[in-house]
Design a protein around this ligand. Sequence first.
Ligand code: NIG
Ligand code: FE
Length: 411
Amino acid sequence: MSKTPFNSYDRAWINANLATMDCASPIPYGALCDHAIVVHEGKIAAIEPMSSVSLDPKMPHVIDARGAWITPGWIDCHTHLIYGGNRCREIESRLKGQSYVEVARQGGGILATVRATQALNESQLVAAALPRLHALAAEGITTVEIKSGYGLTLVDELKMLRAARRLAQEAAVRVSTTLLAAHAVPPEYAGRPDEYIDLVCREIIPASVGLADAVDAFCEKIAFTREQCARVFAAARAHGLPVRIHAEQLSNLGGAQLAAEFAALSADHLEYLDQAGIDAMAASGTVAVLLPGAFYSLGETQKPPVARLRAAGVPMAVAGDLNPGTSPFVAPRLMLNMACTLFGLTPEESLAGVTRHAARALGLGDLLGTLSVGKEADFLVWEIEHPAELVCEFGVPRLRQRVFQGRDVRV
Ligand code: NIG
Ligand code: FE
């Protein structure tokens, strides 16, 4: 008999194989075969081998997993899910030879989406984003990070953050919000980026307290310098907000190192990351968020230094970067596959990238990301024989059940 009192459980899944993704386990995927997982008040209350539990499969709240695999709910820790319009015509031009930087310098790119996003009100933004959110959820996402960054005015940035908060009420998905006001220099500040950074630091960041869970900045030649990002991060810190960065995507400006100096939760993209940046991230515990969708879509050839990140012990998350310009894809399993085939992650690292390490990139590592007693009962029941199938196959429907806060949301 189990020592765990099962009389007060809400639901239990029995005869399951658990890919706990708990790094304390020496077994690949932290696998626990032939186990039961018990939920109480939205949290994981017990994980026990079937040999030591006595749960009757005929009881109404006992679900016989019949040998299925259960993983933690997937976390997409970097998206630009909320935007107006789309940029497929621009992508068509890029496919005919124009570069992303050329498009941006001609006022397209991010600024094209800024115009389309400013034109929509909060409800219209929610309506535009909802199908994308539902599609992510149907693929197994239980937590999504959503950035602002297509508003670029006080009013429009706050509108995006409010829309993101509203989306959390429209679907069984947890939403983490990030202020990305320092995404591009708005046209009205052309040639005066420091004045725009003044606005970000003095008005937009203070006004976002309570609406944003973190502050991000795009450190790049077509966006902001290291010094400008440092000012944004100092303002975020003054308002108690953790920071993240888009860095070393198209060139190396030392953004990841800067972010690490501010104990950033994550540095994202990182194709041009150098050893100094890797060492700084390792020292500060900053998560490397790899975004293979953008790398693929832009036809990049410079890859993030995965082997050196691994050697330095930097945790690597994998995210979709869902956005209309460089990653217009709602396809988490494709991203996991690309992280392996394009960047050299193992399937186990890739799965850790959308669970344990993604949770940490959002500062939610104590709550989410592994199947562990006490964590949120967000998990996925998959019809597979081995977790590697989730990464190596694409397009084959395998998700049987999606459990969010202990409630089973059938898919
Ligand atoms: O993460 N790098 C900057 N921002 C987005 C692209 C946004 C866009 O092109 O609209 C990214 O790739
Ligand atoms: Fe991004």
